[in-house]
Ligand binder design. Structure first.
Ligand SMILES: C[S@@+](CC[C@H](N)C(=O)[O-])C[C@H]1O[C@@H](n2cnc3c(N)ncnc32)[C@H](O)[C@@H]1O
Ligand code: SF4
Length: 365
């Protein structure tokens, strides 16, 4: 059989490839091999006294904590972890004290991460997009304008005591013509700790955006790492990184390597509380809530399913234009341990490793 190329090796335990005595005595290495269908099989290679053993790894979803139903201690630990993982930042002693204080005395909800759909348009058409962007039908397309952003953000902030990470994305956020104005507005909001733009690296930020970004240390640009896919056109992460660096704007390539297979959808699934609870427990999406087109959803898939089923699941989401909306509705939403919509996700292949940003051919969408 023809030997397959190893596409990505992630050293563990301090660099397993170095041939020194310690690694000859014991080392371990994750090896990923791409398959023709785009999936990736993985195994762990362990070396003991120079002898190499292969251990098959079970495909599994990345284990990330949830913001739903968290204890205060869990929430605190998770915020610290998140900052360390994604922002390369450790909290100082006093910052930690402040966060603990905020969590302890919060009477409103604390939102660790809020994804925002600034647009459902994109420059790429990724087959396995976790936001289902290439599969959006015309009638569900939406581009958020500045007035919507300002008014809805104010409603959200009125009902929460802290929003740690406001994640501006889509689709491709740089396609939204009001992006710089939105960032400028969000900077003025005391309750927002960090404003992150997540871009696919195919568009270079213009001068207006860069000059807004450099006015506050709250801002950070993340470029998704699609370097495993050599076929992408216009992917220019280094250029964006250089522009940001030369303007003193925090920017990093979101190193992840592989993507995870998303759930298959079962739009006509019947209400099944046990299944919903079980799926919700497994889902790593619940780390991030989604604000899109006037509503807050538990995840990007729930938004897509709700659109496809004529807003069947609206009663469990937050409708930002509801006149009676208040802290009670926010607390109920964030205390939920499951949502009815979760029964529509088939998790059979969920979490298997795949190559990022494989593009759809035109007739496949
Ligand atoms: C939906 S994208 C939107 C922002 C922008 N268009 C981009 O691609 O970076 C948000 C993030 O989700 C990640 N993502 C999308 N599909 C994914 C998948 N199947 N598995 C893991 N991450 C995924 C992207 O790499 C990106 O970092
Ligand atoms: S670049 Fe890919 S992952 Fe990002 S929104 Fe567009 S289609 Fe989805």
């Amino acid at each position: 059989m023809k030997k397959q190329k190893i596409i990505n090796t992630l050293p563990e335990g301090g660099g397993a490839r170095r041939r020194n005595l310690i690694h000859w005595i014991f080392s371990s290495l994750n090896i990923y091999r791409p398959q023709k269908d785009g999936s990736i099989i993985a195994h762990k290679q362990i070396t003991i006294l120079g002898l190499k053993f292969k251990i098959k790894k079970k495909p599994q979803a990345r284990k990330l904590p949830t913001q739903f139903g968290l204890t205060k201690k869990q929430l605190f630990l998770r915020l610290c972890d998140y900052q360390k993982l994604y922002l390369n930042r450790d909290y100082s002693f006093f910052e930690k004290l402040l966060i603990k204080f905020q969590i302890k005395f919060a009477t409103k909800v604390i939102i660790p991460n809020l994804d925002v759909h600034l647009t459902t348009r994109c420059t790429l058409r990724c087959r396995d997009c976790s936001h289902k962007i290439p599969y959006y039908q015309k009638q569900h397309q939406h581009v958020m304008n500045f007035d919507e952003f300002r008014d809805e953000l104010n409603i959200i902030l009125k009902n929460c005591s802290r929003l740690y990470n406001l994640l501006l994305l889509g689709g491709e956020p740089l396609l939204n013509p009001d992006l710089a104005k939105m960032v400028q507005y969000a900077i003025t909001k005391r309750k927002i700790e960090r404003i992150c733009i997540i871009t696919n690296g195919t568009m270079v930020p213009d001068e207006n955006l860069i000059s807004t970004l450099k006015t506050s240390k709250k801002n950070v640009v993340f470029i998704s790492d699609y370097s495993l896919n050599k076929d992408l056109k216009n992917y220019q992460p280094q250029k964006i990184l250089d522009i940001c660096k030369s303007n003193n704007v925090a920017c990093s390539i979101h190193k992840g390597g592989y993507w995870a297979k998303q759930p298959d959808l079962c739009l006509d699934a019947k209400k099944d509380i046990e299944l919903s609870k079980c799926n919700f427990k497994r889902c790593y999406f619940k780390q991030i809530t989604l604000w899109s087109n006037g509503k807050i959803y538990p995840c990007a898939y729930s938004k897509f399913i709700n659109d496809q089923t004529n807003n069947k699941f609206d009663s469990q989401f937050i409708l930002l234009n509801n006149k009676n909306l208040g802290i009670k509705e926010f607390k109920k939403f964030f205390a939920s341990k499951y949502f009815d919509v979760c029964a529509c996700c088939d998790m059979t292949h969920y979490g298997e490793k795949i190559i990022p940003a494989i593009q759809l051919e035109d007739n496949k969408s």
